[in-house]
Design a protein around this ligand. Structure first.
Ligand SMILES: [Zn+2]
Length: 721
């Protein structure tokens, strides 16, 4: 069947086989999900009925691995079919996928698929450029709840799935914006990617789900499974399940304490590298088949293209798993090497990076103290066979070297994310940049040996979350004495200093951190924000621009450049910056707030009100936005709407005199003196306006003539007249 589709597509007939239209593709990535925690993979207490159903209706790959235990690098591989050293995304946060990458979404879009993505965590925000090729990319994660310190902004599976289902319904109704019907009269097939983040820490599933599952982690997997269920139900309901290829995998697993690692991201053991991999393609792939593999997430792109009969997969670093999934013998796959890496130990903690390769049952981990495991006999990777198997280790090391060399030879142009010479020289002159040889010297700590330091860092984070800045600082300084290039520790130290009011010391630590790892857009943005707060506009501009040079879609830095422009009196530039931030991130509440203030200051009340309403959609408890919305509505001649916003503000902050005072003004100018006096009474009870404001505010003109006004002020100890 795939061959037939291929020929027809190449001929441009787009008729599909046997009258079938081109199939849809639904790709689901589960964050932080171990294969061995799903029912389909033999975990008896699992509550994963929807994933299990998918496995029963399709093909389950038993041995599938990821290329990195970190979200963004792993997803970049899924979408490019390239290994991390090739696509260049080696960690979360600091890296963005280069525009010269050709993603699965770009390939499908160019072949006539309608592309759409829904992600559930900030680490996959469009600023990291995985949105390439997606006509729509829903990463709208702003909500009323600020995430806890050091936690990732995210949304739960049912919410993400609900949005994806709504999109599917629109697609089915033919009403997706810009959706074109193919020349043949067929509907455009869809490529939908949905990412669920629930199994990632913190575990916070609702109690009713928690009660079903053996652990908090399993409960979160059940949450993700429910998201999967909502999507599968929608396919059934819309009658497109038969025409849809469904692929489910995870970006990585979770250590759950194995090898001393609590979560994921440092080590490359199977606890975090093994992932589930499920395929359902009714009529085209077998039902209820389980195949051994070996498979890697780098194979997803070539396999999906292969199943759709589209070219392009052969130019990637993955393999087309089509024959394997069809249950055919695949001897060529058996001896293939599979790669995985973690650079977090190096870029985040100043230790050595980890690279691994596996071939058949053997797995080599390249580290200062190298490891070799016979996974067939020792799946838990507990017995290091490196010393006893020198020839095997050498052979695998050569395989790894070859992989890295071929990857390097075809690497995409790196993002322009290192610091420019001027900044580097400045850091060096300030004494922040360690000489190259010294940097090399400290990078040699084996992450296995650095584990106590990592736990110490976790402890410091925990103290910081509780606001115990002093204790956190002490712990971090101890840690940095051992491992001075641990930028994660240094960044938390800087925060601890900042929160203790020691801005100058904080700045020094941020500078040192940036010198150690110049790709940290966030740190550059923080330096910019700090300078902005201190009124050093030149310095602020330099760092904020640096931040968006490193990560072009860094909306917080862009919005701060707007504030800077406004402070310098350049409202045109300010508006442009805010607009740019909102184009990049249409839900960004602080961007709307700033834009609203700008319109307000200009007297454009209706634009101001519209912007404040956008803020309140996301963050209905934004006190300032409520007051400003009230003020804008009043000036627009909408007193009822103004009163309503002020009432909400008054309920929200019973300690503030501002809302009732504004209500009093509004009522006074509309001639409702009794109500105005009552509101003013409330404002005065809240330690409200001083005598000078009461004496001069033109809104109160009518009130001031009344004897009851004098009485009211008298009751609150304010002499009048
Ligand atoms: Zn992840």
């Amino acid at each position: 069947v795939p061959n037939c589709t291929r020929v027809l597509v190449l001929l441009g007939l787009l008729l599909g086989c046997g009258g079938d239209s081109r199939p849809n593709v639904l790709l689901i990535t589960l964050d932080t999900t171990r294969a061995d925690r799903l029912g389909a993979y033999g975990y008896v207490p699992a509550k994963t009925p929807h994933l299990d159903r998918l496995a029963a209706e399709g093909v389950r790959v038993k041995d599938a691995t990821s290329v990195a235990p970190i979200t963004l690098p792993s997803h970049a591989t899924i979408f490019t079919g390239l290994l991390p050293p090739t696509h260049g995304v080696r960690d979360n946060g600091s890296y963005a996928l280069g525009q010269d990458a050709v993603t699965l979404a770009e390939r499908l879009r160019d072949s006539g698929w309608r592309t759409q993505a829904f992600v559930s965590a900030l680490v996959l925000h469009r600023r990291y450029q995985l949105d390439q090729g997606f006509a729509g990319y829903d990463d709208d994660l702003w909500s009323a709840d600020e995430p806890k310190l050091f936690m990732i902004r995210d949304r739960p599976a049912p919410e993400t799935a609900g949005r994806a289902v709504a999109w599917l319904e629109e697609w089915a109704a033919g009403s997706v914006r810009g959706s074109a019907v193919a020349a043949s009269g067929e509907r455009e097939p869809f490529f939908l990617w949905v990412h669920f983040f629930d199994p990632h820490q913190p575990w916070s599933a609702p109690a009713e789900v928690r009660a079903l599952a053996p652990t908090g982690y399993d409960a979160e997997i059940t949450m993700a499974d429910r998201g999967v269920g909502l999507l599968l139900d929608a396919l059934d309901r819309l009658g497109v399940a038969r025409d849809t290829l469904v692929v489910v995998t995870a970006d990585h697993g979770e250590s759950l304490g194995e090898h001393g690692e609590k979560t994921h991201a440092i080590f490359v053991y199977d606890a975090t590298i093994r992932v589930p991999l499920l395929w359902r393609f009714p009529g085209r792939l077998p039902r209820g088949l389980a195949v051994d593999g070996p498979a890697s997430t780098v194979d997803l792109l070539p396999t999906i293209l292969g199943l759709l009969g589209l070219p392009g997969g052969e130019t990637t670093e993955g393999r087309d798993l089509g024959p394997l999934l069809a249950g055919e013998p695949t001897p060529a796959l058996l001896g293939r090497p599979r790669y995985a890496e973690s650079l977090l130990a190096e870029v985040g903690f100043g230790m050595a990076p980890l690279f691994s390769v596996r071939e058949g049952p053997w797995k080599l981990i390249q580290a200062p103290r190298p490891e070799l495991y016979d996974l067939g006999r020792d799946p838990g990777e507990l017995e290091n066979r490196f010393a006893g198997e020198p020839r095997r280790a050498r052979r695998l090391q050569r395989t790894l070297d070859d992989l890295l060399a071929s990857s390097a030879a075809r690497a995409l142009a790196p993002q322009a994310n290192a610091l420019d010479r001027e900044t580097l020289e400045m850091l060096q002159a300030l004494g922040y940049l360690a000489p190259a040889e010294q940097r090399l010297g400290v990078s040699g700590m084996d992450p296995k040996d650095g584990l106590p330091l990592y736990n110490q860092l976790e402890e410091a984070r925990h103290l910081a979350q509780q606001g115990k800045w002093n204790e956190a600082e002490r712990l971090l300084r101890e840690l940095l004495a051992v491992l001075p290039q641990n930028v994660s520790a240094r960044n938390i130290l800087a925060l601890a200093l900042l929160r203790q009011g020691r801005g100058e010391e904080a700045r020094d630590e941020y500078l040192r951190s940036l010198a150690d790892d110049p790709k940290q857009a966030r740190v550059a943005a923080l330096l910019g924000a700090q300078a902005l707060g201190e009124g050093d506009y030149g310095e602020a501009r330099r760092w904020l621009r640096k931040a968006i040079e490193i990560t072009p879609g860094f909306v917080e830095a862009i919005a701060n450049l707007g504030i800077l422009a406004a402070l310098e009196g350049d409202v045109v530039a300010a508006e442009q910056w805010y607009q740019q931030a909102l184009e990049l991130d249409p839900g960004y509440p602080r961007g709307w707030r700033r834009l609203g203030d700008l319109h307000f200051e200009r007297g454009d009340w209706s634009a101001a009100l519209a912007a404040y309403e956008r803020v309140l959609e996301r963050t209905p408890e934004d006190f300032g936005a409520l007051l400003q919305a009230g003020a804008s509505a009043r000036r627009l001649g909408q007193p009822e709407q103004a009163m309503e916003r002020l009432r909400q503000a008054a309920d929200l902050r019973p300690d503030s005199w501002l809302p009732p005072y504004n209500q009093a003004c509004l009522l006074a100018v509309s001639g409702q003196t009794e109500a105005a006096l009552a509101a003013l009474e409330m404002a005065l009870a809240r330690e409200g306006p001083g005598r000078s404001l009461l004496a001069t505010d033109p809104d109160l003109e009518a009130l001031r003539r009344l004897p009851t006004f004098a009485e009211l002020l008298g009751r609150h100890g304010i002499p009048w007249p």
